[in-house]
Design a protein around this ligand. Structure first.
Ligand code: BEZ
Length: 219
């Protein structure tokens, strides 16, 4: 199943390093990111999981929970977490799903190769996931997705920036321009009429093009 922006994030129940969770219940009224890892005990993944642990306060500040997934079992994750702490200086401080039956990774289409109908001909690397990220809003809708190849570690500062942008759009009906950073000017969504925009921005906006209305980032 191909998941797209604005689809409902499929719900699931899974074993994690912090016990069994129901995804939608676990998200609650806040935001969440679900991010996949190819395999336990691999170097790039180790750096990613440690980095996310170090950034947990930043995700919390945004009301955004983090949930990792790797296709190995939870007992492997617990062993691996010792390596993450010793090499990255940060212990896992968020749940990591164990998915040895590939149930969640198939539900979220995180495998790089076609599933096929049988295991025949599949290599261990076919069963490893790509580095997928799903940003999910309080309405349980997918707000953003990205997929990196196994060989490229993700930039989690960019993922925080993405969460900031999605939250700003949801709260203020604005879009963020190229290379936007928190505090920069933003763009009134094209779907908002001038009449409605004037109520929110009585002092007006910059309009370098007929279809581009720029305002300071709402506080
Ligand atoms: C890694 O995490 O280092 C990795 C995993 C699978 C393929 C390539 C790299």
């Amino acid at each position: 199943m191909t998941l797209r922006i604005n689809d409902t994030a499929p719900n699931f129940t899974a074993q994690t390093t912090e016990g069994t969770i129901d995804f939608h219940d676990w998200i609650g009224d806040g935001w969440a990111i679900l991010f996949s890892h190819p395999k336990d005990f691999t170097p790039v993944c180790t750096t990613e999981l440690g980095t996310v642990a170090s950034l947990k306060p930043e995700f919390e500040r945004r009301g955004c929970k983090v949930l990792g997934i790797s296709v190995d079992g939870v007992s492997d994750h617990r062993e691996w977490s010792k390596d993450i702490e010793s090499s990255q200086g940060h212990a896992l401080n968020y749940p990591l799903i164990g998915d040895p039956e590939l149930e969640v990774v198939k539900l979220y289409d995180m495998l790089p190769a076609d599933e096929g109908d049988t295991a025949e001909g599949r290599t261990p690397m076919d069963n490893a996931t790509a580095r997928s990220v799903f940003v999910v809003g309080p309405d349980k809708k997918i707000k953003a997705t990205l997929t990196y190849p196994m060989s490229t570690g993700r930039n989690f500062a960019e993922i925080l920036r993405l969460v900031d942008s999605c939250q700003l759009t949801a709260a203020e009906q604005v879009a963020t321009p190229a290379n936007w950073e928190d505090g920069d000017d933003v763009i009134i969504l094209p779907a908002v009429s001038d009449e409605v925009a004037r109520e929110k921005y009585p002092e007006g906006w910059q309009q370098p093009l007929p279809y581009m209305r720029i305002v300071p980032q709402p506080k």
